[in-house]
Design a protein around this ligand. Sequence first.
Ligand code: DQA
Length: 150
Amino acid sequence: MDLLLINGPNLNLVGQREPALYGSQSLTDIEKELLETANELEVKLKFFQSNSEGEIIDCIHNCINSIDGILINAGAYTHTSIALRDALLGVEIPYVELHLSNIYSREEFRHKSFLADRAVGVICGFGSISYQLALKGMVAHINGSIKNQG
Ligand code: DQA
């Protein structure tokens, strides 16, 4: 199983950026921990981070025929980008939306997600553990142990 974790804008600054909201671990630390879990689960995991909407879309397009599932923290693009939604739906690869913070306990403009309704699942509010939960959820989904409704 080949999975890809995509992190969107400003997530390269995690660890320094608003630590009360996003924690003190760097993205590299989070990715390192996640790779250990991926190894335990015997799945392959790659990483991509970009602050540019177009680069993220190109990356999603490049997943065709090579990636079985996408884990995505799209940062603020979650709340703004129809183009990102269209890319994810266009490649027909299952995805999990995830966030470090609980977007529903924050400003109202963060309550809207252009990705959530078509995601396999959405995880938010657990800090770096959101990444672990997203990975485990996606692996279980692909292995067919979760029967999605709808
Ligand atoms: C975030 C939540 C978004 O609203 C915000 O724009 C981010 C980070 C999170 O992981 O909590 O950049 O995706």
